[in-house]
Ligand binder design. Sequence first.
Ligand code: ZN
Length: 169
Amino acid sequence: MAVIAGKGIAASFRTMGIAAILISSTLFLNAAEQTTGLVPHTVSGNSKSELSDSQALKHVNDKLQLWQKRMNLVDWSIQARLVRRNALVPKTLGGIHWDRDTMTATLDVLSTSDYNLPTREMLDDMEFTVVHELVHLSLSSLPRSEASRSAEERVVNEIAGALLRLSKN
Ligand SMILES: [Zn+2]
């Protein structure tokens, strides 16, 4: 659900792209409810993860390597980064930029500083972001348009969710 911006994007639309994950995972919505007080009597103070970005990035890189193999995307050189919320498209938890000519991509995941989840849930959500963005990358050989974006986002969420459920069984 990202807005395409920047020079030369239209000309290289088929080979370069950007995609982002919407704030739509159940985990994050639950967290949002907690922080806005819609879920009363939650214990505060011990819920937010104290993991550093470098610790979380190690987990993200492990998961990236695992899912790149599983999804047969090993030809891609993908760099993962943890970034603050203001570096992402508004209302998103992550994003990916790719260039099919060079087979390189940058996968952005929300920084630990901007997560309000306990460690386990935060790491699971980060893994969801990784898988979600890799599904976008898998679909990047298909034509895209403004009209196909919201449909793509729904499909990507369905596939990413199914893959993760299978992997946990
Ligand atoms: Zn997405």
